[in-house]
Design a protein around this ligand. Sequence first.
Ligand SMILES: [Zn+2]
Ligand SMILES: [Zn+2]
Length: 407
Amino acid sequence: MLNRLLARMEELYPEMIELRRLLHAEPELSFEEVKTPTMIADYLERLGVEVKRGVGGRGVVGYIKGGKPGKTVALRADFDALPIMEETGLPFASKNPGVMHACGHDGHTATLLVVAKALMEIRAELPGTVVLIHQFAEELAPGGAIAMIEDGCLEGVDAIYGTHLWTPIPVGEIGYREGAIMAAADRFDVTILGRGGHGASPHETVDSIAVASAVVGQLQHIVSRNVDPLKSAVISVGSFQAGGAFNVIADQAELVGTVRTFDPDVQELLIKRIEEVIQGTCAAMGASYTYSYKKGYPAVINDAVETERFVSSAQAVHPAKDIVEIEPVMGGEDFAYYLQHVPGSFFFTGAGNEAKGLTYPHHHPKFDFDERAMVIAAKGLVSAALHFLQEAKAEQPVSGQDVLKKR
Ligand SMILES: [Zn+2]
Ligand SMILES: [Zn+2]
């Protein structure tokens, strides 16, 4: 059954390309997707897949119920685009000015649709159910995953897999990692409230720029002095705004920054320590402050058993040298939420190709990926899903009949 599916992925490559380019030409922003989910749902219905539309708002969920009993495995692909003016010059470039599929979600969607087509062809032999989760709004917090989970997309699901096409990795390779593979990506905003005045009379003011500078300096010590050296974290101040005139002491200064962590305990420590540093510095220098901390997506934590299962299924399909363990990526992904509910694994499918000039980073106006990566992603997803269903079937407890006999 697996060999037939893998062969179909090769045969259906032209259709993947066609679907991807159709999607690419008509990108839609997060929380504004209308045509894309309709196209997905219509395609799945034409295949005979049982479809739920409007899941969690704009999501689409498809159910492929196998002809044989078994467990349920979910595969997820996101379908939103970004507020970027495309500069690729591709013949299938965005027809929607200022909106672009610059992260590869068009490829994720095309891949999962073709996977659905191939699975429907072997449905009678399938031992269990495959749930297809087509998710809206991955790029913009709070994201679409939470709403889709609340609307029941994980009901009855025993395991989940997903992938991201990834240009930093060359096409042909697959990157996996057990445990944390992507970071929690948070934002903090600080306003230092001083007392403005004449630049010639600093003794009559509280200089918000001097205070904010001290805060920025002190923040650098948190990761090096408070975080366990065997754990990792990032605090970066990305914006510092204050003042407007050369001879005026600024009344207030605004700092905006990001925090990246993998461990929730480290995250809580940073939330607390950042405020203590601001509070202490302001108290010492006579200023006051406001501080707000917004948690983004949590870290993507891959389950050990499902990651091992994924790796062994991928090794059965690809040369072992192409399945590589990667370092965690400091970016965020709302796939994290699915993994908080069911075990699973998220992997990166290499999609870069230097020879073809496909090396632009994700979210760049010239971003494009090697379309061949879709076949590799598709093979990775079907082999993992099939592997899970077949192994789960073997692990299932003895049937009632057998229990009776034993008694
Ligand atoms: Zn993205
Ligand atoms: Zn993405």
